[in-house]
Write a protein that binds this ligand. Sequence first.
Ligand code: NCD
Length: 307
Amino acid sequence: MKHLISPLDLSPDELSDLLALGEAIYSSPEKYSHCCQGKKLATLFYEPSTRTRLSFEAAMLNLGGSVLGFSSADSSSAAKGESVADTIRVISFYADICAIRHPKEGAPLVASMHSSIPVINAGDGGHNHPTQTLTDLLTIKSLKGRLDGLTIGFCGDLKFGRTVHSLINAMVRYPNTRFILISPEELRIPAYLREETLDAQNIPYQETNNLETVLPELDILYMTRVQKERFFNEEDYIRLKDSFILDKRKLQNAREDMLILHPLPRVNEISTEVDNDPRAAYFKQANYGVYIRMALIMTLLGITVTD
Ligand code: NCD
């Protein structure tokens, strides 16, 4: 594996090695604190980000490496009309590895075709977000103890939510996964995901717009924000943005050991009163993101640490 563009770029074995490395780093981070000395990570962010960009930077700094980059298209030569292909050709001289986030689906794939350094997709439009998926998998594995036999409820904007698309693609590879897809009619998962992934592999799933009735069945509830920036008109966004709000009252019917995940940022979809519920794991999830990104950077750079 040279680049990470889609969650399926990792074979099941590579994925399990990566998760094992993430767990090892989580339990003894000091062992890894110099292994990327002299290496540079470039973060090319053409779209807003807090966690993804800063956790990539924290990950590289934790490994003893350095970071450089830009955090908006306006402050890069994209504002002058430069193509992603030209930018990455040049960044390949400046850094050893790069993470790229772009509003256009497929831009990181294009970058990888013109790059001589590993390219990591840090989110491409409404398409994929494989490193959030790695974060989600490490969180689920660490807190639930397994990745198979889980009923996962995805709730919110399943049409534009790239974290949902990537996690569905990754979870179908584990036995006995079942999905409950909770959204307004207009924000259901894209047809390609239903046809090419769920139907093609006979994965059990159910679509509903009623969170409360399905809540008691869930092992994991994955809440998402309605993706304002991907809507064509503001009226639709305003009408749909508060379709689901998770609060303490609704949680009364959920399992004691259900995990509540959210890739963050949260807007209104989880009431802040839920934050101190023992099932709320979304801040822990953001923390796991640093460790799995450390594991990913090491793996793509071919760096190992021996005892
Ligand atoms: C997500 C994203 O950018 O897709 N955020 C993140 O990376 N944690 C989710 C979102 O923006 O809603």
